[in-house]
Design a protein around this ligand. Structure first.
Ligand SMILES: *Cc1c(COP(=O)(O)O)cnc(C)c1O
Length: 229
């Protein structure tokens, strides 16, 4: 199958899930995860109508963003971000999914202020079960949000999580549900100037379950571009 066919197939599956659980089909968007994939494949996906692309590695990502600057792509940063690289990411990315500390948010604020930008971000939450140590503990989220309200060049739009790879996507349903409930609880506490609306969760093997639990951004790599070597 071509990239265009794979994209169409995923879009159809997304629409079907939306219909089956009474969601507006516009309420979820697809982030094509293009890490390790070359620019010709990104162009091909773009020409097939894909606008949002996710990247994990700062150097690779900024090179692609520069080389493809003529295309109106919206770049999302989804990988682990070190503070000393924040300034590169702020320059090119519309949304950073992986903010997991106040110190990183402060650096993003500082770099965004320099270029008069308000950087949209998500907080990465560690829900347990993941092998990676990335993400903040759910019990620490409220305090982090409180501290972030003074960072005027950072806008917290929602939450992101990476549950562990599992045999059966259903095993991750509890994690997706937990992330949605965490967002609802924190919105009810009215800490931020505006409620969070984005839930970034679900990948190639479990995005349908994630959408049933309220995902608004799904991050798909393999199912679009094939496996990574
Ligand atoms: C690589 C990656 C994805 C895409 O994973 P696939 O299983 O290839 O769809 C999604 N989210 C993050 C954070 C990733 O690093």
């Amino acid at each position: 199958m071509s990239i265009s066919q794979r994209l169409q197939d995923i879009k159809k599956r997304m629409e079907k899930i939306c219909l089956s659980c009474g969601r507006n089909p516009d309420s979820a968007a697809l982030v094509a995860v293009s890490k390790t994939k070359g620019e010709p494949l990104i162009r091909e996906a773009f020409e097939a109508g894909q606008i949002l692309f996710g990247e994990n590695y700062v150097q690779e990502a900024t090179a692609k963003a520069e080389n493809l600057a003529a295309l109106p792509i919206s770049w999302h940063f989804i990988g682990h971000l070190q503070r000393n690289k924040a300034r590169f990411v702020v320059r090119y990315f519309d949304l950073i999914h992986s903010v997991d500390s106040l110190r990183l948010a402060e650096e993003i604020h500082k770099q965004s202020e320099k270029i008069s930008k308000i950087q949209n971000i998500l907080i990465q939450v560690h829900l347990g079960g993941e092998e990676s140590k990335a993400g903040i503990h759910p019990k620490d989220l409220q305090e982090l949000l409180r501290n972030m309200t003074r960072l005027k060049h950072v806008c917290v739009q929602g939450l992101m999580a990476i549950p562990p790879p599992v045999e059966n996507a259903e095993e991750n349903r509890i994690h997706f549900k937990a992330l949605r409930e965490l967002m609802e609880e924190n919105n009810a506490a009215n800490i931020l100037p505006a409620p969070m609306t984005i839930l970034s969760m679900g990948m190639s093997d479990d995005f349908e379950v994630a959408m049933e639990e309220g995902a608004t951004l799904i991050r798909i790599g393999t199912a679009i571009f094939g496996s990574r070597s």
